[in-house]
Design a binder for this molecule. Sequence first.
Ligand code: ADP
Length: 189
Amino acid sequence: KTARLVPIKTLEGFDFSFQPSIDRERVAALAQLDFIRRAEVVHFLGPPGTGKSHLATALGVAAVKAGRSVYRATLAELVEALSKAEQEGRLSEKIRFYARASLLIVDEIGYLPITQGGANLFFQLVNARYEKGAMILTSNRGFAEWGEVFGDPVVATALLDRLLHHAVVLQIEGASYRLRGHADLIPEY
Ligand code: ADP
C-alpha cells in the first residue's frame, strides 16, 4: 500500500485574514481545549472550502498534542462503519469504541444523504457521547436542513436536541479557499 502524505493542518497554518467572518479569538479560545473537558459540541458551518475541516483538524491536532485521544471520520464513514458493525453483531462494541475518544470529529455532514437506518445509528452514537465526550462537527448545511440530510425529521430533531444543548456554533460566511484567485470563473463572486 502506498503511503499517503497529507499536509498537517494547524491553526498556525490557517490564514484568518482570508476568512474574516471567523472570530480568531473564539478559535484561539477553543484551542485551549476547555470544550473537551466540558464535553461540549463545536459546530463549524459554512459553504465548501471555507476552512471547516482545516479548523476541526487543527483543533484535533492541538488535542492530540495535549495528550487527548481524538478520532476523526466523515459522517459517511462513521455511518458505514456502524452499519457494518451492526450486520456483524458488534454494534454496541463499535459505539463504545467511538464513545471512548475524548474528542470525536465528524466531518462533512450534509454532502451525502444519510439513510434512515444510518441516521438511527448515528443517533445512538451521539446519545452514547452526550454530556460525556466532546465533538466537533462540520457541515455545509444549516440546522433547518438536517431533516433532509438525515432522511427523517424526527431523528434530525432528536439529534439537534442533543448536539445543540452544550454547543458552540461558528458560522463561516465567505469564499472557498480552494478557488481563491479564480473569482472570474465563479458567477456568484
Ligand atoms: P471545508 O471543510 O470548509 O470544505 P477545508 O477546510 O477542507 O474546507 O479547506 C479546503 C482547503 O483549503 C484545505 O486544504 C485547507 O487547508 C485550505 N484552507 C481553507 N481555508 C484556509 C485558510 N483560511 N487558510 C489556509 N488554508 C485554508
